[in-house]
Design a protein around this ligand. Sequence first.
Ligand SMILES: Cc1cc2nc3c(=O)[nH]c(=O)nc-3n(C[C@H](O)[C@H](O)[C@H](O)COP(=O)(O)O)c2cc1C
Length: 185
Amino acid sequence: MHLKDKHIVLGITGSIAAYKAAVLLRFLVKEGAEVQVIITPSGKEFITPVTLSALSGKPVVSEFFGANDGTWHSHVDIGQWADLMLVAPATASSMGKMANAIADNMLITTYLSMKCPVMVAPAMDLDMYKHPANQKNIETLRSYGNMIIEPDAGELASGLIGKGRMQEPEAIVEEVVGFFQKKKN
Ligand SMILES: Cc1cc2nc3c(=O)[nH]c(=O)nc-3n(C[C@H](O)[C@H](O)[C@H](O)COP(=O)(O)O)c2cc1C
């Protein structure tokens, strides 16, 4: 159990690769991490909160406000709780919002409140990935100290072949474990 007692916020956005986030979440939990999932409204089109809350053992956070009962989720509290935020998969849109402080959903608002390190695993089609606007956003995130988990080259969900495929869950967990080990030394 390499991640015992670690508090990880797993941010999931609206990419086909969201299906891999379920496996990633399972691996993180198996390694002993406590994981709070935050999913964008669009992410819920790709994977259900039920799957994610069953795997994490915690209600999934997505909306700012509760159902008409005056309650809300606190991005500040989540920001204080976390030892690491991992956004996987990260869409072009979400990375653009992160780079430019467009805090129009819980995930981006929480990202901006984070006091801990942040890892980002982009996932998108090769042309979106290559676009200078996207590359610029990735460089901006790097300049903020965020760790970018470079996507793989290979066959993409579109059928095209190129760079943009999110790293496999095993490789992402290795990065996370490596990060905490380095921090300890
Ligand atoms: C079937 C489908 C797959 C998509 N896959 C991706 C993707 O892998 N990466 C990406 O950046 N956008 C992808 N998009 C577009 C995003 O879903 C869209 O930009 C959305 O607004 C992202 O919102 P979010 O970043 O707030 O989750 C996809 C759209 C559709 C319809």
